[in-house]
Ligand binder design. Sequence first.
Ligand code: GDP
Ligand code: IMO
Ligand code: MG
Length: 432
Amino acid sequence: MSATVVVGAQWGDEGKGKLIDVLAASADMVVRFQGGSNAGHTLVVNGKKTVLHLIPSGILHPEKMCLIASGVVVDIFGLAEEIRKLKAAGFSISPAQLLISDNATALLPYHKALDQAREKDLSDGKIGTTGKGIGPAYEDRAARRALVMSDLYDNKNLMAKLEFVLKEKNALLTKLYDVTEIKAKDIYDQIQTVIEEIKPYRTADVSLLVAQKLKLNRRVLFEGAQGTLLDIHHGTYPYVTSSSTLAGAGSISAGVGPHHLSKIVGVFKAYCTRVGSGPFPTELTNDVGARIQKEGHEFGSTTGRARRCGWLDLVALKYAIRLNGINSLAMMKLDVLSDHEQLGICTGYKLNGEIIHEFPTSTELVSQLEPVIEYLPGWKEDLTQVKAIKDLPMKALAYIDFVTRHVGCPIDVVSVGPDRDQTLWIKPVFQD
Ligand code: GDP
Ligand code: IMO
Ligand code: MG
């Protein structure tokens, strides 16, 4: 059986966590493949909320295997805290259930210090990072000086590796950013406070575990973090994250041939949000935007920052469909749009006096775009109690239909509330 990848089709926070939690009920394995604790994935089950940052969103299903693949940057302190919180909430989190690749990058306190010092230093041009150390951790990986998870279990060589890496980090922190030096021994000691909690979950070979499941014809879900427009190569660079957020990254991170990834689910909100800096063509800086922010509770799950809100952008959505190879869409948060007189949808952009229908690859050009907005009539009804697609108001169905026709990709799932059971199916995502 093939694998299914779930990716964000906008600027993150589309509702990937909720969808993964729902789909995990019919899968065998969930693999988180990129990012780190910059992600905040919210699951709601019978009104009870769980926010996950590193642990895959299948974890509330005790019998499913959850893997953290090598492309993830693992903040071990955040991870230990997440495990503790889940245990305190009554989930046992057995070592058979959660497995962390030995080859994943270890994200350590000096990565966070550098991330925060750099953001502070960028008075005007801030990226608006989450401050979780993501950029510096991926830099170390690419520069071949990162510590990987297996290094943290190797007490004999750990101190020397920390000393080596901190030599350069401290030069930057103290000389360039005027931040206090970080001592290798302190980091070493801090690691010892959590490593025994994490060690039971170590695994040498995520690729092999995934291959074994696929060979047995079991369903494997790949969980993306962030969103397409935050992708390091194809997003609105430099206002992006430091990893590839696209579906193809799942194949690389987990070590699985790309032909296995045949179902690519793009998750998008019925409107758009963005947190952090960078261009956002359909942003509404008026009271309509403020209303969507309030009614959608658009405040970050990781940093608590207010998310910028705007109308649904179909040009950007089509770009995401193309970049990822999305062949199934999940529309989230449709309930938030109830009781608007009219709903705007962006179908093109005005740029230098011309109308264009493709998302520009130049961020400079993206920041000059003026959205072309078509208006559809809104509906009055509350959608949160609707149990089947056919029971949605006609105008909500017309909104869904407009999007489907415009982007040329089926919407299989519509979400009308944060809870697991507020999920409506147009077509099952898993058909085999
Ligand atoms: P993720 O990062 O893509 O997993 O998304 P987040 O969890 O950061 O943000 C999505 C937010 O919307 C969370 O608070 C979810 O509980 C909530 N949510 C998800 N789906 C729906 C929905 O259909 N309706 C409403 N009202 N909230 C939703
Ligand atoms: P989930 O998985 C929304 C944004 C930050 C910032 C930029 C770079 O919950 O959808 P970073 O800390 O990654 O270096 O920040 O990316 N960002 C997210 N925005 N959802 C996320 O994750 C994000 N992870 C990072 O706000 O603009
Ligand atoms: Mg989020």
